[in-house]
Design a protein around this ligand. Structure first.
Ligand SMILES: Cc1ncc(COP(=O)(O)O)c(C=O)c1O
Length: 402
């Protein structure tokens, strides 16, 4: 049986990973990549955290085994992750109605969540912000959802258009899934206020919607607890919620593919039943999870000495991003680049959206070797002392002649 003829027609490149490939193939010196969402230090490299190196040393010394892991991950990991996201004392944890499952990264967590909903006859419509991480619509479409969008920022891109967002969600049907970014919205860097989280929770409750929170950057915004505060607003007595979390960025464990999905059901008995479906969808997908990344995360989170050290490393990454935000604003203002840039300094997480046209994005790449994603999404963590000024010069030149 030959391959289907469609398979011989190249698929379109992924909007972000495709850019990274073009960047690698670019032979110009001084090229700048702000397109992929990875943290780099001042030298432009993505370091392995010291606490990760120490945890790996301990794991190597302990030897262990390469036996298959449980379908939903080791109990110790699942417990640590649940407490990290929800807080060990949270009612959803102590009552047993929240259960965590190890997944291959945040992408794996989102896909497991999608398969869980689809395989158990849940809503077929998924609402997501416009804009959102480009992998969201394609992933949930592939999982069988009808994707719909709700407006997010207003035309300035600087603040959430709360009435438009809530108005769209008020038109969702019972059972529809609402995808929300837990913190550090990708790509805008603009997060809901505590009051807006409350109002989102009210609409979800009134319309009987199922919230799915994508928490890929817990600790990159304001702090570990602060960045989980919004989603906790959705955890109400008897309410149901799915959270997908990732340790790619916050433990700098990108290649290890480690994350989790947490399902909060209305009761412990429901949670146990849901967990059986979570395991069923994993079994027919990748069967059971990779071990190493989860062992590293568990070792760090459970250790009284390593955990505070990791929290300091996380804070250092967060502070570098915040410093870069301020440096970028200064560089653009120093060049009098037309635009309202000051809010970049107070946005959260790795990304900022410059609001560029497709033509400007192409000119940055073609004329200056500067790679940014559509509409000018930049990874603020990607600035180094070597590339910040060249970037600001390139942007100033492109905007001045557009
Ligand atoms: C919003 C968002 N969700 C999920 C992910 C997935 O992360 P992972 O690499 O852990 O699959 C990312 C990664 O860029 C992201 O930006």
């Amino acid at each position: 049986m030959p391959l289907p003829s469609l398979a011989r027609i190249p698929a379109p490149p992924d909007p972000i990973l495709g850019l990274a490939e073009t960047f690698r193939a670019d032979t110009r010196t001084g090229k700048v990549n702000l397109s992929s969402g990875v943290f780099v230090d001042d030298t432009g490299t993505t370091p392995v955290l010291q606490t990760v190196i120490e945890a790996e040393r301990r794991l190597a010394d302990a030897a262990g085994t390469k036996l298959y892991r449980p379908i939903d991950g080791e109990a110790g990991y699942r417990e640590q992750v649940r407490a990290l996201v929800l807080g060990a004392d949270h009612e959803a944890v102590t009552s047993g109605r929240a259960l965590a499952t190890q997944t291959p990264g945040g992408t794996g967590g989102l896909r497991v969540a999608a398969d869980l909903v689809r395989s158990t006859g849940g809503g077929q419509t998924m609402w997501m912000s416009e804009p959102t991480w480009p992998n969201h619509p394609q992933m949930f479409h592939a999982a069988g959802f009808r994707v719909r969008t709700y407006p997010y920022t207003d035309p300035t891109g600087l603040r959430i258009d709360e009435e438009a967002m809530l108005g769209a969600l008020a038109g969702a049907s019972p059972g529809d899934v609402v995808l929300l970014h837990g913190a550090c919205h990708n790509p805008t860097g603009v997060d809901p206020s505590p009051e807006l989280w409350r109002r989102i929770g009210d609409v979800i409750e009134e319309r009987r919607l199922l919230p799915l929170v994508d928490l890929a950057y817990q600790g990159f915004g304001d702090g570990l607890r602060e960045d989980a505060a919004g989603l906790l607003e959705l955890v109400r007595p008897g309410s149901e919620l799915i959270v997908s979390t990732s340790f790619s960025k916050t433990f700098s464990l990108y290649a290890e593919r480690v994350g989790a999905v947490i399902v909060i059901a209305s009761s412990a008995a429901d949670a146990a039943a849901v967990q059986s479906h979570v395991k069923a969808v994993i079994r027919v997908n990748y069967s059971n999870p990779p071990a190493h990344g989860a062992d590293v995360v568990r070792t760090i989170l459970a250790d009284a000495e390593l955990r505070p050290r990791w929290e300091l490393e996380l804070a250092a990454m967060r502070n570098r991003i915040k410093d870069n935000r301020r440096l970028l604003v200064s560089a653009l203002e120093a060049r009098s680049v037309p635009g309202n840039w000051s809010s970049i300094a107070t946005q959260r997480g790795m990304f900022a959206l410059l609001g560029l046209t497709t033509h400007q994005v192409a000119r940055l790449r073609d004329e200056h070797g500067v790679y940014v994603v559509g509409h000018g999404r930049i990874n603020v963590a990607g600035f180094t002392p070597d590339n910040l000024d060249p970037f600001a010069d390139a942007l100033a030149a492109v905007i001045a002649t557009s």
